[in-house]
Design a protein around this ligand. Structure first.
Ligand SMILES: C[S@@+](CC[C@H](N)C(=O)[O-])C[C@H]1O[C@@H](n2cnc3c(N)ncnc32)[C@H](O)[C@@H]1O
Length: 393
């Protein structure tokens, strides 16, 4: 069986070595940098029509091992699945979302281990795309720049009330309170995030300005009590079916004249057609269960239908590629420590996810959009400056 695959694989001239269950080696191309150890001979038949999901699953479940730089592993996996894989992958199903399944999915991902996330995120534990003003910044600088960029886009003024929907470990909430003098209320569905987030708020002496709460976005107050609303890296968990409800909750939370910022990952195609030969299935099974990526037109439509006026949109696709490359490199540099914090299976998942998403953003499989919207006053006026000049002063 393996013999029939070899001619096609060898044509690809990949720096790949196959190590078979009997210990024998087959070099697919010159100077192999990656070794794929096949532990189970039964897998060979499936490798004739591989997908990134099949390869990723086999690695997570221990049927194969992968040795070599993880970014090379991903590049080789993509090349092989593009050449040998199935072209007509089915459209993903759009799932029903309820509070219970969403809470379970969030806990699976975010309650993994605070110490593990601390190992590779920046010091403020910002778990979303950073902003590289020149491209020369390190991760710490780029995450601080992202927080500043968001706060400036929201035109935060001292004393204003900011709602942070999906606040993570509270990095943006603390930054906005400290640097812009606002009152912030953050909500998350992760207990681990809440505990560490509250500790950090207290440690910085910001308890009078920042409150964090375990709450689902569906339960937000609907009385327009906030001047500004921000949601960063959260709407990917909402699902297509609930986008209108989600946007309605953002609209209801903000006062007339207020601003709403939605920052999140968006799909490559409007119909959600799969990209990356099975990468989406892998992410759905192991990384973000029930996650869904709407296209920019889907989320823009729901924002508009909720009554918000979109006033600014910015794509940061390559910024997210760079962010993920930093995260992946930091995890790869700390693998032994990571092994003390999470099970080997989780480590395998997170290694593929970080390197794979970096590759996906780089290759335009997915995008990242910041969408700024205003809730106009009854007479149609809003409270924005005439230009964006203030963002860059
Ligand atoms: C990728 S993290 C982003 C965290 C933070 N905004 C940041 O940039 O670091 C996604 C956040 O959304 C929250 N989240 C997801 N679904 C939610 C829901 N239904 N209600 C409230 N928060 C939710 C998670 O708990 C998590 O804090």
């Amino acid at each position: 069986m393996i013999a029939s695959l070899l001619p096609t694989l060898k044509d690809l001239q990949l720096p790949l070595r196959l190590r078979l269950w009997d210990g024998s080696d087959i070099d697919i191309g010159p100077s192999p940098s990656v070794t794929l150890v096949i532990r189970d001979p039964q897998l060979v038949a499936q490798l004739a029509r591989p997908s990134l999901d099949l390869l990723g699953t086999a690695y997570v479940e221990g049927l194969i091992d992968l040795q070599g730089p993880v970014d090379e592993v991903i590049r080789i996996g993509d090349t092989i699945t593009r050449v040998l894989g199935e072209d007509n992958m089915p459209l993903p199903t759009r799932e029903a979302h309820d509070k219970a399944t969403d809470a379970e999915a969030i806990s699976y991902h975010y309650d993994l281990s605070n110490a593990f996330y601390q190992l590779w995120l920046d010091r403020d534990m910002v778990y979303s795309c950073a902003y590289f003003e020149t491209g020369d910044e390190d991760l710490e600088q780029a995450q601080q720049a992202k927080l500043r960029h968001l706060c400036r886009k929201l035109r935060l003024k001292p004393g204003e009330r900011l709602l942070d929907v999906g606040c993570g470990w509270g990095g943006l909430a603390r930054y906005a309170a400290r640097e812009f003098g606002v009152q912030v209320h953050g909500i998350t569905l992760s207990q681990q995030q809440l505990e560490l987030g509250r500790e950090r708020v207290a440690a910085e002496g910001l308890a009078g300005q920042v409150t964090l709460e375990l709450m689902d976005y569906r339960d937000l107050p609907r009385d327009g009590r906030f001047d500004k609303v921000v949601s960063v890296g959260m709407f990917e968990h909402v699902g297509h079916v609930n986008l209108p409800l989600y946007c309605q909750r953002l609209f209801d939370a903000v006062r007339p004249g207020g601003l709403v910022m939605n920052h999140g990952i968006t799909a490559r195609h409007t119909d959600g057609r799969p990209v990356g030969h099975g990468a989406g299935e892998f992410i759905d099974r192991y990384v973000f269960p029930h996650g869904e990526l709407p296209h920019l037109v889907n989320i823009s439509g729901s924002i508009s239908d909720a009554g918000l006026e979109i006033v600014d949109v910015e794509s940061l696709r390559l910024h997210y590629a760079r962010t993920l490359e930093f995260w992946s490199a930091r995890l790869e540099a700390n693998l032994e420590q990571a092994r003390q914090l999470v099970p080997e299976r989780a480590l395998r998942i997170w290694r593929l996810y970080l390197a794979g998403c970096a590759y996906g953003f780089r290759h335009n499989w997915i995008n990242l959009h910041q969408i700024l919207a205003s809730k106009p006053h009854a007479d149609g006026s809003h409270e924005l400056p005439w230009s964006r000049a203030d963002l860059y002063r």
